[in-house]
Design a protein around this ligand. Structure first.
Ligand SMILES: Nc1nc2c(ncn2[C@@H]2O[C@H](COP(=O)(O)OP(=O)(O)OP(=O)(O)O)[C@@H](O)[C@H]2O)c(=O)[nH]1
Ligand SMILES: [Mg+2]
Length: 617
């Protein structure tokens, strides 16, 4: 932005920037209304003066003084209930914008209508109440608006006063000399008038109610107070509007008010251009602030989109799946290990030996052959059951882990896909099957151990040779079949053979159990090795299934992901441009606002003019 631009140029720039801005419906409506008002203000050459003050401060009386007759209702109570604009017109008449009522005619008819519309219940209904008056008040092309007291909260009095203040180019704030320090005035100056101090002038009324000797002090105190309230060099016009209306009683008083009126006419004349420019620049400054904020918000949203892109991992689908598969594999490994640890429970060894002892000590077990048979049966049942338990636990746990991992993957993938699609300008939601469902992780068998154990048991129990004579050879053969490990098989076989023919069943049982224990331990570790081997195969199967999941994702989604990633990259390039554009708009709006504010400050710098008014009288 270079040079000093005109309001019209600023306004066109603002309107275009607002078109592009991301605004909520409410923000857009406010901005559109402001632009319309700025356009209206530019097209309108009239100077709008609003008279504001607390109730009974003398606003309507001041206007009556300008009108030179008691036309507007005034009283010591809350009187004016709605705004009335007085503008030049060839004939005296009252119109209501909503055309509810209109009146013209003599003083009495007008006064009656104004009384009814301004003070009665009708005041709540009327809109744009206007009094046309056949002489220009405070100069050519000036409209003056009387307002309800801003100190009255009821029935929208304050709201109407605030609206009038916002529309005004120049505000005459009526301050009664008898209560110049009120907190209601301080609040109004700090609130609705806060941004309009440069267009306020103060009319200190009712100065006749202050002792003559104290008038100068009251004026000084009022100026001091206004400075404290943030008005750098307040223009204060002390006067007695009532005096004009009492001309019969006090002809000189009317003359002194005329001086104040002449000062105000001069003020409106002098300040016409700058006041209108101040109104316009105030509107433009507000709009520029809205544009800057919208641009900053947009920039922030775009930057967030960039950060969002940086957080996405799915565009590199292989890496995304690799990451998942590593986690799924270690989770599966952990689950399987936990199941395997249970295999080395010492309690199981003790339990196996107790069972063996109980089986051998049964009354029916009196021969070596029977002992061998029950030993094999016990081992078969228990070892088999334990091995199966371990394997099925490991299998089920691994299966559960894989199912959970696959569901997590599906969720994470769907989420990432959606975010990527959105960034690429696509609102699609992918349909991703929960991946694994009820698929069973197979439990590998124990390499035929069950068949083997069954065969050995039946052969041992039915072997005539074992029942009658020393059967070390047969026992060894049976043992070898029972467990395909030379050490265990041979040891058990030799044990069974050596037992046969020993004296005394009890001694034989004791010896059998003692000798059988280490054999059992060996059998257990042989089965444990079988289990470990089976678990290894289970793990291989598990990792294969994890790979299968990854392959399926690659097969089903890599094309789509590549496509979305390419579109997102294109969108990102546009985004980068938009971010730069939003930042430039924000900067431009800020600079324009600063320029306008500088101009406005320059316009409001002027010599202190404190009207001598009627203090001198
Ligand atoms: N003595 C004296 N009385 C005044 C002066 N100006 C106004 N008054 C009286 O103060 C009272 C209130 O005046 P209004 O003009 O009705 O006051 P207002 O600010 O319009 O009041 P609302 O319409 O209620 O907001 C009336 O009784 C006036 O006669 C003045 O300069 N001197
Ligand atoms: Mg009034």
């Amino acid at each position: 932005m270079t040079g000093v631009l005109t309001c019209a140029e600023h306004l066109e720039w603002i309107a275009a920037a607002l078109e592009r801005a991301d605004l909520t419906a409410v923000q857009r409506a406010t901005a559109t209304a402001r632009v319309a008002r700025a356009r209206e203000r530019m097209a309108d050459a009239e100077l709008h003066v609003a008279v504001l003050g607390e109730t009974s401060s003398g606003k309507s009386t001041l206007l009556n003084a300008f009108l030179k007759q008691r036309l507007l209702p005034s009283s010591a109570r809350v009187t004016t209930r709605t705004t009335l604009t007085i503008r030049y017109g060839p004939t005296a008449q009252v119109t209501d914008g909503a055309a509810v009522s209109a009146a013209s005619g003599g003083h009495g008819a007008l006064k009656g209508t104004l009384d009814r519309l301004l003070t009665g219940d009708a005041a709540d209904e009327v809109r744009d109440l206007t009094l046309s008056w056949p002489s220009a008040l405070l100069g050519e092309g000036v409209t003056i608006t009387d307002t309800p007291g801003f100190s009255v909260d009821d029935a929208g009095h304050r709201a109407r006063a605030v609206a009038a203040a916002e529309r005004a180019d120049l505000v005459l704030v009526v301050v009664p000399a008898v209560a110049a320090m009120s907190s209601a005035l301080a609040d109004f100056l700090a609130g609705p008038l806060h941004d309009h101090h440069d267009r306020c002038a103060f009319v200190l009324t009712k100065i006749d109610l202050v002792d003559e000797a104290e008038r100068a002090d009251v004026l000084d105190a009022t100026v001091r107070r206004l400075r404290e309230l943030g008005i750098a060099d307040p223009m204060v016009f002390p006067c007695v509007p009532e005096s004009v209306l009492r001309t019969v009683a006090d002809p000189d008083a009317g003359q002194t008010f005329s001086q104040v009126e002449a000062d105000l006419v001069m003020l409106t004349n002098e300040r016409r251009q700058s006041a209108i420019a101040a109104t316009l620049s105030g509107l433009l400054a507000e709009l520029l602030q809205a544009v800057e904020q919208a641009a900053l918000r947009r920039g922030e949203r775009l930057a967030e989109a960039e950060r969002e892109i940086a957080r996405l991992v799915v565009p590199d689908l292989r890496a995304f799946l690799e990451n998942w598969s590593q986690e799924a594999i270690s989770a599966g490994r952990r689950a399987i290990n936990v199941a395997l640890e249970a295999a080395s429970r010492p309690r199981f060894a003790a339990d196996l030996e107790t069972r063996l002892r109980t089986a051998v000590n049964r009354d029916s077990v009196t021969t070596g052959a029977k002992m061998a048979k029950v030993a094999v049966e016990t081992m078969r049942t228990r070892l088999r059951a334990e091995a199966e338990r371990i394997l099925s636990t490991a299998g089920a746990d691994a299966n559960a882990v894989l199912r959970t991992s696959a569901t997590d993957l599906a969720d994470e993938f769907a989420d990432q896909f959606r975010r990527l699609a959105r960034l690429a300008g696509d609102e699609r939601v992918p349909e991703i099957p929960a991946a694994i469902g009820a698929t069973r992780v197979p439990v590998p068998d124990l390499d035929g151990a069950d068949d083997t154990l069954t065969a050995v048991g039946s052969r041992l129990s039915s072997s005539a040779a074992l029942r009658t004579s020393g059967g070390a050879a047969i026992g060894a053969a049976a043992g070898s079949v029972l467990f395909p490990f030379p050490l265990v098989g041979t040891a058990l076989g030799a044990l069974v053979g050596g037992m046969l023919g020993a004296p005394g069943v009890t001694a034989m049982r004791t010896r059998f159990v003692a000798e059988a224990s280490p054999v059992l331990a060996d059998a257990r570790s042989a089965v444990a090795a079988l289990v470990r081997a089976a678990v290894d195969r289970l793990f291989v199967d598990y990792t294969g299934r994890v790979d299968g999941v990854c392959r399926r994702y690659l097969r089903d989604w890599s094309g789509e992901i590549e496509d979305l990633a390419a579109r997102e990259a294109a969108a990102r390039a546009v985004l980068a441009e938009e971010i730069a554009c939003a930042a430039a708009t924000a900067k431009d709006a800020r600079e324009r606002r600063e320029q306008i504010n500088r101009l406005r400050a320059a316009m409001s710098r002027r010599p202190v003019r404190i009207g001598a008014g009627e203090t001198a009288s």
